[in-house]
Design a protein around this ligand. Structure first.
Ligand SMILES: Nc1nc2c(ncn2[C@@H]2O[C@H](COP(=O)(O)OP(=O)(O)OP(=O)(O)O)[C@@H](O)[C@H]2O)c(=O)[nH]1
Length: 738
């Protein structure tokens, strides 16, 4: 069934404006021929389902049959449809099966007509990578499809740790997420990282235990690892029927229905399955297991949801058997949205089992855009507030900016204000990115993902509103005094109500050796960039700047104290405090000048020119003849005792027992500190910390010593002091002495 034209049709008022009946009762549409071709019986039944779901039959039928003013009805219709939107992401460890699961979702929703296979390199994602030249690349942005009347915007989140920033960007605009696990491995390193990021953004999640067909797959092991490692309460909404080679389907714990997929030749694409109530005679053991699981689930949910507890204790305290499935589903939905627990589902994407129930679960348990509460929405009321979360470059059209609309309506041919860039941007065209096409639309409302053209300056993470006045109004509703602070950056800070937090980069690299002869020097400087500097002792310094420029004398004396920051959590920006000598606070502009001076002095330390971190700067006195900047602050910092800090990485390696010795030996040579070696099914997982400087080319080295059988993830842990020898070696390399 091809559902996807429905959203196209709904998306564009022009498409829906003229609907006639053609031969054989088919509706004919006059615009572009696009909808005309696809408006078929399937679509009509899908549309009927949609109408029933939103309980607006009369309204929709009226506008479908009218040739009147679609435009005026259109936004109202979109508002009514908001509860049917799911902006979701799929997050996973590398190779857990994210691409395969996505591929199956696209296939069952009717978006693709053949099943792709990552191993054959013919998935939609692979196809798009090859097709990038052609124009718009929508991979790792948003793919939209319809499922049983819901519009699912699937925002891709790359699984590899190298793409943490991509994950962070896209998580910000998700309303919910599906975490995909390899059921033979349980929770793996990268899942932990993205899970923590999703926690930060309070994103409700469901879990999909994929690869249930794989040797070593274990439902109970994976559930236990979710409980232990992610520290969440898993709600078992399904139980597998069989495991590894015997895996053939699942039982819905809520409805007690079993779903078994047919795998006879020609019927193995997973579209055909048998769904019926599990009877005791089918499998007495499984029947008992499902009953026990259902009772446990009811008790678990009742513990988390008062409304449900009341219902259970009131009407069903004698027996849970007659408790209606929809009551349990609603309660599971509430606890999922409140992030008190996480529903767990299972299947095998590769063997085409379990993906349709997963799609049902997405629509049933993950939130609609209007069910998420974002603080800043109350300040914008009905004004436009949107977030740019991805920028792509199209050869013909220039930058294409993906935008998540949180409130208000976006229209083409309008001027919008970018708060972060403090500029007005012209948007010429607005598209709904749908499937592999972009449909031009005349407006789009909150909850939707839009694609805009001719935003010249907007970048990932920028907040877009209708005008500067609207930003100021929102900021004042938020109780932020925009006029109080001075300087453009503080004004922007005051106005900023939504943004993407960009993780601190480990490297900043621009590599352009003018000739091969200069290559070694370049390499050294690249190495040096990721270090940090700090101080070890407290020091004080007084400095005076006395300079005549033109006919004006600039005279300022500053007394500063600098001491190490001794809290457990590092701080990259200097902590600035004022001594008790100040009986009155400094004037705002003078204070800003002093603080600016302190901050700029910490951008480049005196040893390597690397950022200075973990310092507390106390301003003791400031005597000013005439106001000026304070560049002498960096000199004060430079007089103190310095120490180079190097980046230390958390490393997790999954390796077979055969190669464990080689991996540990190699780590010892890299100044690695092995913290733990855990067992995970047939593999060993080495958890270690190691200086980043020792990890260059590690993927090649690991591949060589383990014959390509190991995987690893690396993430920044902290910065640690180098020992004296290593520091001298580094400084010598830096100054070209070795
Ligand atoms: N046995 C089994 N293998 C699967 C299943 N799903 C995916 N795979 C295989 O696992 C490997 C990785 O699958 P992908 O879908 O590319 O995984 P991914 O999570 O998208 O990987 P990255 O894009 O590298 O993060 C491929 O060889 C798939 O064929 C499954 O359900 N069962």
């Amino acid at each position: 069934m091809n559902h996807f034209p429905l959203a196209l049709w709904l998306a564009d008022p022009h498409n829906g404006r003229r609907v006639d009946r053609g031969k054989g009762g088919q509706r004919k549409e006059s615009v572009g021929g696009l909808v005309q071709k696809r408006w078929n019986e399937d679509l009509q039944s899908n549309f009927q389902a949609l109408i029933q779901q939103v309980e607006m039959r009369d309204f929709v039928e009226e506008i479908v049959h009218s040739r009147g003013d679609w435009r005026s009805n259109y936004n109202h219709l979109l508002d009514l449809l908001t509860p049917l939107i799911r902006n979701i992401g799929i997050m996973a460890h590398i190779d857990a099966g994210k691409t395969t699961t996505t591929e199956r979702m696209l296939y069952y929703s009717g978006y693709t007509r053949t099943l792709g296979d990552v191993d054959d390199g013919d998935t939609v994602t692979d196809f798009m990578a090859q097709e990038r030249e052609r124009g718009i690349t929508i991979q790792s942005a948003a793919v939209n499809f319809d499922w049983k009347g819901y519009r699912i915007n699937l925002i891709d989140t790359p699984g590899h740790v190298d793409f943490t920033l991509e994950v962070e960007r896209s998580l910000r605009v998700l309303d919910g997420a599906v975490a995909v696990f390899d059921a033979s491995a349980g929770v793996e390193a990268q899942t932990l990282t993205v899970w923590r990021q999703a926690d930060k953004h309070h994103i409700p999640r469901i879990c999909f235990l994929n690869k249930m067909d794989k040797n070593g797959a274990s439902f109970s092991y994976s559930v236990e690892s979710i409980k232990q490692k992610l520290k969440v309460k898993p709600l078992l909404l399904q139980l597998p029927i069989g495991e590894s080679k015997t895996f053939k389907g699942l039982v819905d714990v809520v409805t007690k229905e079993q779903v078994i997929w047919k795998s006879s030749p020609g019927l193995d694409d997973g579209k055909v399955f048998e769904q019926k109530l599990l009877a005791e005679t089918d499998d007495p053991e499984l029947f008992k297991e499902v009953n026990d699981a259902r009772n446990a689930l009811i008790e678990q949910v009742a513990d988390l949801d008062d409304e449900f507890a009341e219902l259970v204790l009131g009407d069903f305290s004698e027996s849970f058997d007659s408790l209606p499935a929809d009551k349990l589903q609603s309660a599971v939905r509430r606890v999922t949205l409140a992030q008190k627990a996480v529903p767990v589902f299972c299947g095998s994407a590769l063997k085409n089992k379990g993906v349709q129930p997963l799609l049902d679960a997405i629509t049933m348990y993950l939130p609609a855009p209007d069910e998420r509460s974002y603080d800043f929405l109350q300040w914008y009321k009905d004004d436009l507030c949107a977030l740019a979360f991805k920028v792509l470059h199209d050869k013909q059209r220039g930058p294409l900016v993906f935008i998540r609309i949180y409130s208000g309506t976006m229209k083409p041919q309008s001027s919008l204000y970018n708060i972060n860039k403090n500029c007005t941007e012209k948007m010429s065209r607005l598209f709904l990115p749908f499937a592999d096409q972009q449909t031009e639309i005349s407006s789009l409302t909150a909850g939707n993902i839009a694609l805009t053209v001719v935003f010249k300056q907007s970048a990932t993470g920028d907040t877009i509103v209708s005008s500067k006045a609207s930003a100021v109004a929102a900021a004042s509703r938020a109780g932020r005094d925009v006029g109080r602070k001075h300087g453009p950056s503080s004004e922007i800070e005051s106005l900023l109500l939504a943004g993407v937090e960009i993780p601190e980069p480990v490297f900043f690299c621009t590599i352009e050796p003018p000739s091969m002869a200069r290559q070694p020097g370049n390499t050294v400087s690249l190495w040096v960039m990721s270090y940090r500097e700090t101080i070890l002792n407290s020091v004080q310094a007084t400095d005076t700047l006395d300079r005549v420029i033109g006919d004006k004398r600039h005279l300022v004396t500053v007394e500063l104290g600098v001491r190490p920051w001794e809290e457990e959590r590092s701080t990259t920006a200097p902590v600035i405090e004022y001594s008790e000598n100040f009986t009155e606070p400094l004037q705002a502009d003078l204070r800003e000048a002093v603080e600016h001076g302190v901050r700029s002095s910490c951008l480049q330390g005196p040893l390597l020119g690397c950022p200075v971190q973990d310092v507390v700067v106390t301003v003791r006195s400031v005597t000013v003849h005439s106001g000026t900047s304070l560049p002498m602050v960096s000199a004060c910092v430079s007089r103190s005792n310095k120490q180079v800090l190097e980046p230390l990485m958390n490393l997790e390696i999954t390796v077979g027992e055969d190669h464990l010795g080689a991996v540990l030996g190699d780590l010892a040579q890299r100044r690695g500190n092995i913290q733990e070696v855990q067992g995970r099914q047939d593999n060993k997982v080495v958890i270690a910390s190691v200086p980043l400087a020792e990890m260059m080319g590690y993927s090649t080295a690991l591949r060589t010593i383990t014959s390509g059988s190991a995987t690893f993830t690396l993430e920044l842990a902290s910065y640690q002091a180098m020992n004296v020898h290593e520091q001298i070696g580094l400084l010598n390399r830096r100054s070209g002495l070795v």
